[in-house]
Design a binder for this molecule. Structure first.
Ligand SMILES: Cc1cc2nc3c(=O)[nH]c(=O)nc-3n(C[C@H](O)[C@H](O)[C@H](O)COP(=O)(O)OP(=O)(O)OC[C@H]3O[C@@H](n4cnc5c(N)ncnc54)[C@H](O)[C@@H]3O)c2cc1C
Length: 322
């Protein structure tokens, strides 16, 4: 067997199986691009970790994240997407043909690549936080997604950056009280975001404050134990929700020094498009989005990526024919 026998050629390779990847697959398959999609280690993406999605249009009664993503998968399959298990471990976008390696061995040569590798929310890592996160019992990393479940209740949010301020302010409109825990004696957020939370009546800011433990009854969160890291005083704050807003990590390590990334690692797209700095390589979903981070925006950019890829291939074919 020669090397070229083992290398697979693919018109459109999609990396990732969240809302962005599956939406790209639906559009690419319907445009006869014969997409091959690698699911990675989290088939269905981040939404499979949530019990209830209430803000995705079309599901008027809400839907479990896992069920919703199974339906995305079925829809992508229906049009012929080749859905596979596997983790993309290396890419080389330096030549005309884009090379991608799966599970460190299988080599694929792609005419177009759509990156939909998403991002992961950062958590504090406390056992109690992880326990209630797994139980779906009151720990969340997304105020826009889950704030609604805590209407007229008291919540705690940890974080000191712009996103934390944005999320605290969002929660303040739904909840009776928001306690914001800031580890240092100051915010990292911009002045304007700081003043927004400071000027909101039902947000209380506790500086120099560490989270010691997320308290609960074994099923749901009932409060948060905190410690002032200057005075050493330990107190308990009653709360039904614990929001973690300490940042996200985009799943883009394999693209470092290959694609243009911002300082956090988000892939930089050409504004208003899904194009990256490499022709034929497109990005969709949370891998390029540190602002909205929603299923519907991920799906929307998945659609854009497939359309951009289809137009790129059409232009290339037209060049060859001319
Ligand atoms: C707990 C929770 C609740 C949420 N609730 C809501 C909600 O109610 N409504 C809402 O709109 N949004 C919600 N979100 C946000 C939403 O899940 C994300 O915005 C959305 O999933 C992003 O989609 P994506 O396709 O970009 O990436 P993801 O869903 O993150 O999927 C990334 C995919 O890429 C794959 N992957 C990564 N690296 C590789 C690799 N090297 N090789 C192969 N595959 C790879 C992973 O296996 C995964 O399948 C929630 C998020 C969380 C964490």
């Amino acid at each position: 067997m020669t090397m070229s026998d083992t290398i697979e050629k693919v018109k459109c390779l999609i990396i990732g199986s969240g809302p962005a990847g599956y939406t790209a697959a639906i559009y690419a398959a319907r445009a006869n691009m014969f997409p091959v999609l690698y699911q990675g280690t989290q088939p269905g993406g981040q939404l499979t970790t949530t019990n209830e999605v209430e803000n995705y249009p079309g599901y008027k009664d809400g839907v479990s994240g896992t069920v919703m993503m199974m339906e995305f998968q079925e829809q992508a399959k229906r049009f012929g997407t080749d859905i596979r298990d596997g983790w993309v471990t290396k890419v080389d976008f330096s030549g005309d043909v884009h090379k991608v390696w799966v599970n460190e061995s299988k080599e694929i040569h792609c005419e177009t690549v759509i990156i939909s590798t998403g991002a992961s929310a950062k958590y504090l890592g406390l056992p109690s936080e992880q326990k209630y996160l797994q139980l779906g019992g009151g720990v969340s990393a997304c105020a826009v997604c889950d704030g609604f479940f805590y209407r007229n209740q008291e919540v705690v949010i940890v974080g000191a950056g712009d996103s934390a301020c944005e999320e605290a302010h969002y929660l303040s409109k739904l909840c009776t009280k928001v306690t914001m825990l800031v580890r240092r004696d100051e915010f990292r957020a911009s002045k304007i975001m700081q003043s927004r939370v400071r000027n909101t009546k039902n947000i209380e800011i506790l500086y120099n404050t560490d989270t010691v433990e997320v308290l609960g009854d074994g099923q749901v969160v009932t409060g948060v134990k905190v410690k002032n890291n200057v005075s050493g005083a330990v107190t308990e704050i009653p709360a039904t929700g614990f929001f973690v807003a300490i940042g996200h990590k985009p799943n883009t390590d394999i693209f470092k020094n290959i694609l243009d990334l911002d300082e956090t690692g988000y892939i930089i797209n050409i504004p208003g498009t899904s194009k990256t700095n490499i022709e034929g390589v497109f990005v969709s979903g949370d891998a390029a989005d540190h602002v909205y981070r929603q299923a519907v925006t991920a799906a929307g950019t998945g659609c854009m990526a497939a359309l951009d890829a289809e137009r790129y291939l059409a232009a290339k074919e037209a060049e060859v024919e001319a």
